[in-house]
Design a protein around this ligand. Structure first.
Ligand SMILES: O=C(O)C(=O)CO
Length: 418
């Protein structure tokens, strides 16, 4: 069921993102039609045409594109997910670049349409890009951007919130209160799990996984066990130093250990949080067999990608083990949920909002725009993709002359720019 944009905005209680924003020096938006799809047009006389498939928050992204001489057309299509046919209409016969969404299927058909329209750049408005068949873009010489760095803490905070909510049964207790069922304090009312001094396990110790691990280790003095094909020495060092600090203060120190297999994490941890990319090696990483390896009262958190968990197997496991808890931000077949999931009191479920802080969502827009504007202006790929802060504030004319994060820079021969 496609929710209409306007309805969704009402639900969020927000003004439409970017509507009629007139960035410095640019004229206010007008409306037009791109092959029947309504669009809002900014900087109509811009030399390069850039399509943005959804309204985005803030207006720095628009300032960046208009300063780069782009005419910007923002889709006003009311469907939440725009299908390939709609995006092709938006691309039309001339399009220099697109900022697209993780809900769109960017494969051969769309990259062919973009190439045929003279397209030179694509950026996902997301750090994850499992919706993008990058080799199809590379084959056509189109750089693909993403938005790392600005989601790290926001996403990790939501994963931590899901962990606490699941461990301490917050949504269940909230529903109970609202139903007027609270008749007085009881020793056994909504008894949950204490996190302090337990073991948190993470699968994937990249930026977001490491930030989450720090939050759980520092905040709750948990020990960390992690699986990642590559050691995260910085994280290990940080936790060792924190352990030393605790020891000096007369407290039990915390420990960190990298293990060789996902199974070791699952067997050992009281809380397991997934922070891996979705690819063929991580699809159904958590299946019935691996769920059985976990402690029957463990907490499983997923703010990565839904298909990393076999959701039907999870539902069956949670029915059998009512003390097993899950905190899920993402779902295998979004926006649908596996039958029975929504009825489980031991599941905490939220609608893919891990990156939903205004700072992050605006920063993602800035980075996506800088990716597209950078490539269109002939800049190379930013040499320090782990430090995108120079793009986030400061006057637009002084931005680095680079595209902040291009995932296939090497494949398309984009040079590195400092
Ligand atoms: O950026 C991503 O990959 C998301 O899932 C949404 O923020």
């Amino acid at each position: 069921m496609a929710l209409r944009n306007s309805g969704a905005r009402l639900l969020r209680g927000l003004q439409p993102f970017g509507a009629a924003a007139a960035p410095n020096g640019a004229r206010a938006a007008s409306t037009a039609s791109a092959n029947g799809v309504p669009v809002e047009v900014h900087n109509p006389s811009g030399a390069a045409r850039v399509v943005v498939t959804k309204p985005l928050p803030g207006d720095r992204w628009l300032q960046i594109l208009t300063a780069a001489g782009c005419r910007v057309e923002v889709s006003q299509c009311p469907d939440i997910s725009q299908d390939v046919a709609t995006v092709k209409k938006l691309i039309g016969s001339r399009c220099d670049g697109v900022i697209g969404q993780l809900t769109e299927d960017w494969g051969a058909e769309l990259f062919e349409a973009l190439k045929a329209a003279g397209g030179r750049a694509y950026s996902n408005y997301a750090v994850g890009y499992n919706n993008v068949k990058v080799p199809e873009a590379s084959k056509r010489g189109i750089p693909v951007g993403n938005t790392p760095g600005v989601l790290t803490e926001t996403t990790a905070e939501l994963a931590a919130a899901l962990t606490l909510a699941a461990a301490r049964r917050v949504p269940e207790a909230d529903v109970f209160m609202r139903a007027g069922k609270y008749k007085g304090w009881l020793p056994d009312l909504f008894v949950g799990a204490l996190l302090q001094n337990k073991t948190v396990g993470i699968v994937g110790a990249g930026r977001i996984g490491a930030a989450y691990a720090r939050m759980m280790v520092e905040g709750h003095k948990m020990n960390l066990v992690y699986y990642d094909p590559y050691p995260n020495k910085g994280l290990e060092e940080y936790i060792r130093k924190y352990g030393e600090l605790l020891r000096h203060s007369g407290e039990a120190p915390v420990a960190v250990r990298r293990v060789e297999t996902v199974e070791e994490v699952l067997k050992e941890a009281d809380v397991v949080s997934l922070h891996c990319n979705l690819d063929d090696t991580t699809r159904h990483l958590i299946n019935a067999e691996r769920l059985r390896m976990m402690k029957p009262n463990a907490v499983l958190v997923n703010a990565a990608r839904g298909p990393c968990i076999d959701e039907a197997a999870l539902v069956a496991h949670m029915k059998k083990h009512p003390d097993f808890r899950a905190g899920l931000d993402v779902f295998e077949h979004e926006p649908a949920m596996a039958p029975g999931l929504a009825d489980l009191p031991n599941a905490v479920i939220v609608p893919h909002i891990a990156s939903a802080s205004l700072w992050t969502r605006s920063g993602m827009a800035t980075l996506a725009a800088a990716n597209v504007a950078g490539v269109i202006q002939g800049f190379g790929a930013w040499a320090k993709p782990n430090d995108i802060t120079p793009f986030l504030d400061g006057p637009i004319p002084s931005l680095p002359r680079a595209a902040p994060s291009i995932v296939n820079a090497k494949e398309v021969g984009l040079p590195t720019a400092a």
